[in-house]
Design a protein around this ligand. Structure first.
Ligand SMILES: CCC[C@@H]1OC(=O)[C@@H](C)C[C@H](C)CCCCC(=O)CCC[C@@H](CC)/C=C\C=C(/COC)CC[C@@H](O)[C@@H](O)C[C@H](O)CNC1=O
Length: 156
């Protein structure tokens, strides 16, 4: 299905970028892209977002496998209904698998996108995180739209 193609593209882009960072950059090295805004910094994370639960790999395997099973189930079941939902699920599936590969192969996740938002150094992330976050965002938008349509139907 088309939505698995989105997941595959995310995984390919995620693994390609991570491979380049590992091959081309020293750990901790940083390249300025846009001063005080965007840097490429070679970073590793043994935890989840914001480095929580460092090293709890089995917990991450279990959670990620549950997330992947849930996403595949919903893609099979719901995605015919809505393209937005299918794209959101596909992005999240690709992101989850991308980080899962890192956790299994490297026991840590490679991160490199380093942004300063209002001079706050946002946690360094990667393509998989971006796909997951965008997917979560699209899912929320889809739910709001569903809610709105349902209300309009009720009002007749
Ligand atoms: C994005 C989910 C994190 C990703 O979850 C995954 O893999 C999933 C599939 C498996 C996890 C074990 C379970 C999810 C925990 C949920 C969570 O954590 C709350 C997330 C909130 C999120 C909104 C959705 C905000 C934003 C985060 C960040 C910025 O993202 C653009 C910071 C990323 C940096 O801390 C970076 O070092 C993280 C590192 O790459 C490992 N990544 C993960 O664990």
């Amino acid at each position: 299905m088309f939505y698995y193609l989105i997941a595959l593209l995310v995984i390919a882009l995620d693994q390609l970028t991570k491979w380049m960072i590992v091959k081309k950059m020293e750990y901790g090295e940083s390249i300025e892209i846009i001063e005080n805004l965007l840097y490429i910094t070679s970073h590793r994370n043994r935890g989840a977002a914001w480095g929580i639960l460092q090293g709890q790999m089995w917990f991450f395997y279990i959670i990620t496998i549950a997330v992947i099973i849930g996403l595949v189930y919903y893609i099979q079941k719901m995605a015919k209904e809505s393209i937005l939902l299918g794209v959101a699920l596909g992005l999240m599936l690709g992101g989850a698998i991308g980080n899962f590969i890192d956790r299994v192969v490297r026991q840590e996740v490679v991160d490199f996108v380093h942004t300063y938002i209002f001079s706050y150094s946002f946690p360094v992330f990667n393509v998989a995180d971006a796909a997951l976050s965008i997917g979560v965002g699209l899912l929320v938008i889809h739910m709001f739209l569903e809610e709105k349509n349902a209300k309009e139907k009720d009002n007749g």
